[in-house]
Design a protein around this ligand. Sequence first.
Ligand code: KIV
Length: 269
Amino acid sequence: MSSAFSEIVTAPRLMAMKKEGLRITAMTAYDASFARAMDESGMDVILVGDSLGNVVQGRKSTVPVTLEDMIYHTRCVARGVSRALLMADMPFLSFQGSVDQALRDAGALMRAGAHMVKGEGGGPFAANAAYLTARGVPVCGHIGLTPQFVHSLGGYRVQGRGAQAAHLLAEAQELAEAGVSALILEAVPARLAAEITAKVAVPTIGIGAGPSCDGQVLVMHDALGLGARRPRFVRDFLAGQGGVKAAFAAYIEAVRAGRFPSPDESYGE
Ligand code: KIV
């Protein structure tokens, strides 16, 4: 691992990586063994995603995932992590609840081993991000396609096309002003993600958001070719590799070199 990528990853370090032009590598993990393999491979951020509802529990959405589920998997992952930043998802109606609920749930995830929590949604929820960050809880925002909103969005669709673009940019700016340490952009056109990345001071981490984000994140099962479906932004990094750690190394290398995602793995206007 080169020295620029060898230090412990913290919330301020993510900000510094944006300034230094070092791309952030992130992937989901749900247990200690895969987390350790990622950590040893040099992954910067390990996300205990509520996507565990899909890939671990076999559910159709992340909506049924509970805080107890998130705490259990965060504890498991924490035992495998030494260098990476451990980010834990706040489940449905947790970050989007009252400030008291958001604070209580974020505190439980931090006590379980998270270094940062992630909350889906902008607009009215930026106030909750500000409340948490003011109390020492690093927060990652998540806008664009927010899977917890699948029922109100009417499905898993690209967000931010046409007139929605200005709205998404405004949400990104509000979350940055609220003090988030990073911002996940999911399933948004590559050009809009590039504009948000250029205009907000915090690092953007894309999934289906094109190559210009400050970092990339994938669900581990997708990156290992195990996904039930294959959205266009997914690449099988295990194919042609000798094993799981080689696949993680190939992903990290491709992201850092700007070779993932390609234009074909990104969304247009
Ligand atoms: O839950 C998750 O895995 C996520 C990623 C898709 C960013 O939120």
